[in-house]
Structures are given as structure tokens and as C-alpha cells.
Design a binder for this molecule. Sequence first.
Ligand code: ADP
Ligand code: MG
Length: 142
Amino acid sequence: MIHRTGSAQETERLGAELAAELEPGDVVLLSGDLGAGKTTFVRGAVQALGAETAISSPTFTIGQRYTISAGPVAEVSHLDLYRLRSLAHEDPDLLADYVGPDTIAFVEWPEVAERELAALADRVRRVTFTHRGRDLREIEFE
Ligand code: ADP
Ligand code: MG
């Protein structure tokens, strides 16, 4: 299903729509160029799931975890693997801190770890972002 959005707010709303379908153990892989709207989408989704703190992009770590006091899941995580070229030299448990049966995880730049993420997830959802000029974005739910 392909969606088109014309503003960051619309993309946040789309994130919230997907969030309503998610369950613990789900991992959402977000692909697309820099500035395509991945973090904006995750912000809408994480807020809709009940996180109280505003999301920011992980800068010094690969991910952030958000504890949810009331909602469909107790913990949500947001990973950005942009700077990770390979998992070869990483702690094998690196991803397990963020992905598992009690968590809903959103992963930007997942390509380097797709196999490992799929192994930790109960279900994988893919969302692909394409910049269509100015504020237009195409967002495909697989
Ligand atoms: P990414 O995480 O894919 O690199 P971000 O979500 O961080 O992208 O940035 C998207 C930028 O584009 C933000 O500055 C946002 O305000 C802007 N923007 C403009 N139109 C849209 C849209 N339709 N959807 C999402 N972001 C948009
Ligand atoms: Mg981003």
C-alpha cells in the first residue's frame, strides 16, 4: 500500500496509524534516503504508542528505549544503524537490548542487520520512504 504525505505532520499521523496495528515482538524496518521522513514517522508512531518523552535521533548510541506506562506494549525502541557498517565487530547482544518479544522496535537503516533483526523479531514490517520533491513523500507499507 503506497501512501503520499505533504507535510511532516501528515507523516507523523501515518506513523500513528501503523502504530495502532503493531504488537509486542514487532520490528518495523524503515528504509529510504536521508531526509525522506523516517525519524518523523517514528516520532508519530512512538507518541501514539504512549511514550511520554519526545523522541530524538540516537547520536552516541545505536538506539534509544522508551518505557511506556500505559499502552499496548511496555517498551518501544528506536534504532538508527546509519553509522554501523557491519555487525562483525559488535557485541552479539547489541540488538537484543532493543529487540525482543516484549518490545516494539523501529529501525532506520536496517540493511546491515536485517537477518539478525528478523531472527529476534516475532514479525517484521517494512516501510519504504521516497522523497518526491519539496514536502512530498511516498511511503510504502509492505
Ligand atoms: P530521515 O529520518 O529519513 O533522515 P527526518 O524525518 O529526520 O528524515 O527528516 C525529514 C525532514 O523533512 C524533516 O525536516 C521534516 O520536517 C521534513 N519534511 C517535509 N515534508 C515532509 C513529509 N511529507 N514527511 C516527512 N518529513 C517531511
Ligand atoms: Mg532519521
